[in-house]
Design a protein around this ligand. Structure first.
Ligand code: 13P
Length: 287
């Protein structure tokens, strides 16, 4: 059964580890991530961007697929299904469709409008037992059409949004979606510490988990990050393993073209990436 992300993230914050949000794109992704979480006895959050939801056929398809896998694959660790960078309308759609968690990305609105819309969505989500994440500041780079300048969050604005009753908060601290450029300045731990001081026990979220060095991840967790989002790294791992399979001509050997064979190395590569992240985040055996 899907659970909201509230309890698992409160536990993570208190226990000084982070739960991974891994974005899904299709059945292979979802199966690989759930199997790894179960194997490592780790809680997990499946992230779905609006673009990925559309690609998979719609939110009902996603909810049906995830619930079906949890049942048929005997997944017993806590799993949350979370809308990533949701617009106002899509938050409602996902709450209705059976997601257990949503993110309202109101970071591009003036703070007053972000506050008004977040307030309304907190009530709608909580009425259905759904957890809700909000964002202040912005995550740099681009993900599925969501573009951000990457400015650091204002800690007082974080407090204003935290006080609305959101369950966890994404604060921009110099993090970027996708690969980090050579000249990246790194995470602003100063901003993170100031946000944490204003938001107390509220679990903080670090987007753009791909390519952040291990020591920065550990420091971010020490400073109150309890959820880390990873998307691009699984895509890169999947693409590389699939390319190797094809370049080695394996799709031309026997029935190597069978999708169950062709996509297997990519799925294994996703599992290895998720395992590495869960170990780094400290969520192993925390189910
Ligand atoms: P990456 O693609 O950089 O891992 O970012 C994922 C993310 O933050 C999803 O919201």
């Amino acid at each position: 059964m899907l659970v909201s992300a509230t309890e698992m993230l409160k536990k993570a914050k208190a226990g000084h580890y982070a739960v991974g949000q891994f974005n899904i794109n299709n059945l292979e992704w979802t199966k690989a991530i759930l199997a790894t979480a179960q194997e490592l006895n780790s809680p997990v959050i499946l992230g779905v961007s609006e673009g990925a939801g559309k690609y998979m056929g719609g939110y009902d398809v996603v909810v049906g697929m995830v619930n079906g896998l949890i049942k048929d694959q005997n997944i017993t660790v806590p799993v949350a299904l979370h809308l990533d960078h949701g617009s106002y309308d899509h938050c409602y759609k996902c709450i209705e469709a059976g997601f257990s968690s949503v993110m309202f990305d109101g970071s591009h609105y003036p703070i007053d409008e972000n506050v008004a819309k977040t307030t309304e969505l907190v009530a709608a989500a909580h009425a259905k037992g759904v957890s809700i994440e909000a964002e202040v500041g912005s995550i740099g780079g681009e993900e599925d059409g969501v573009v951000g300048a990457g400015e650091c969050a204002d800690p007082m604005e974080c407090k204003a949004i935290a006080d609305l009753g959101v369950d966890f908060l994404a604060a921009g601290i110099g993090n970027i979606h996708g690969k980090y450029p050579e000249n990246w300045a790194g995470l602003s731990f100063e901003t993170l510490a100031a946000v944490q001081e204003q938001t107390g026990d509220l679990p903080l979220v670090l987007h753009g988990g791909t390519g952040i060095p291990a020591d920065m991840i550990k420091k971010a967790i020490e400073l109150g990050v309890a959820k880390i989002n990873v998307n691009t790294e699984c895509q890169l791992a999947f693409a590389e393993a699939t390319r190797k399979y094809i370049e080695a001509g394996k799709d031309l050997e026997g029935k190597g073209f069978d999708p169950r064979k062709l996509l297997a190395p990519g799925a294994e590569a996703i599992k290895a990436t998720v395992k590495e992240k869960m170990e780094l985040f400290g969520s192993v055996n925390k189910a």
